[in-house]
Design a protein around this ligand. Structure first.
Ligand code: TMP
Length: 220
C-alpha cells in the first residue's frame, strides 16, 4: 500500500481531536492529501455501532467485555474496508482518532486477555499496522476533568467523575498505552499532553514530519 497510516491514541481528555485538527490544518496548508477519521464511528454503519457502545441502554443492561470487544472490532473491520484501506491504496495520508491500541488498552483493562486481543487483531487487521502512533500522554485526573461526562456507557465512566474506581480504571488504561509504547518504540511516539496545545502541536509535528519526509512527502 502506498499511503501512510498515523493513529492517535490516549485517554479521554488527552486532546486527540484538537491535535488531529491542528495537524490536518497544517497538512492542508502544505498541500498534503489526507483524510481524518475516527473509531468507533468512522463509517455510516460504524456510527450505529458507536451509538450502541457509547449510550447507556434504557434497560440498564451493560455489554459483556467480550461483546464490547467484538463491537469495537466490527466497527474497525468496516472502517478498514470502507475507508482506511481504500485511502491507503490511493496513496493518502490517513489520520485516525483511536485504533487498535485503544482496544488493547481499554478492553484489556476491562479484563479481555491477550490471546483474544491478538486473535481479533490478526483476523481483522491482517498484516496492516500503523506506520506511526502518536500517544498523547496525560494523567487521568487531568484527562477526566477535561473530558467531562461523554461516553456514559463505557467501563470506568461514573456520574461523579473523580470517583476512585473510574480513576483507577483510567490509570490502568494509561499504563497499558505506555506499556505498548515501551514494547514498540519504533512505532509509538509518546507526546506529553499536559502542556499548552501549541507546544503539544509542536511535539506531534516532531513525531509526524520525519515519517512524511521519509515517505517522500514534501513538508518543508
Ligand atoms: P472517543 O470519545 O475518543 O471517541 O472514544 C470513545 C470511547 O471508546 C472512549 O472511551 C474509548 C473507547 N474505546 C474503547 O474502549 N475501545 C476501542 O477500541 C476504541 C476505538 C474506543
Amino acid at each position: 500500500m502506498r499511503g501512510v497510516l498515523v493513529t492517535f491514541e490516549g485517554i479521554e481528555g488527552s486532546g486527540k481531536s484538537t491535535q488531529l485538527l491542528r495537524l490536518s490544518e497544517r497538512l492542508r496548508r502544505l498541500g498534503v492529501s489526507h483524510i481524518v477519521t475516527k473509531e468507533p464511528g468512522g463509517t455510516a454503519l460504524g456510527a450505529e455501532i458507536r451509538r450502541l457502545l457509547l449510550t447507556r441502554h434504557a434497560s440498564g443492561e451493560a455489554w459483556a467485555p467480550e461483546a464490547e470487544l467484538l463491537l469495537f472490532y466490527a466497527d474497525r473491520a468496516q472502517h478498514l474496508k470502507a475507508v482506511i484501506r481504500p485511502a491507503l491504496e490511493a496513496g493518502q495520508v490517513v489520520l485516525v482518532d483511536r485504533f487498535e491500541d485503544s482496544t488493547r488498552a481499554y478492553q484489556g483493562a476491562s479484563g479481555v486477555g491477550e490471546d483474544a486481543l491478538n486473535h481479533l487483531r490478526d483476523l481483522v487487521l491482517q498484516r496492516l499496522r500503523p506506520h506511526l502512533t502518536v500517544l498523547l500522554d496525560l494523567e487521568p485526573e487531568q484527562g477526566l476533568s477535561r473530558a467531562g461526562s461523554r461516553n456514559e456507557a463505557l467501563p470506568g465512566f461514573q456520574e461523579t467523575r473523580f470517583d476512585e474506581a473510574a480513576l483507577d480504571f483510567h490509570r490502568r488504561v494509561r499504563q497499558r498505552f505506555l506499556q505498548i509504547a515501551k514494547d514498540e518504540p519504533q512505532r509509538v511516539s509518546v507526546v506529553p499532553a499536559k502542556e499548552d496545545p501549541a507546544l503539544v502541536e509542536a511535539g506531534v509535528w516532531r513525531a509526524v514530519s520525519p515519517l512524511l519526509r521519509s515517505s517522500g512527502i514534501e513538508v518543508d
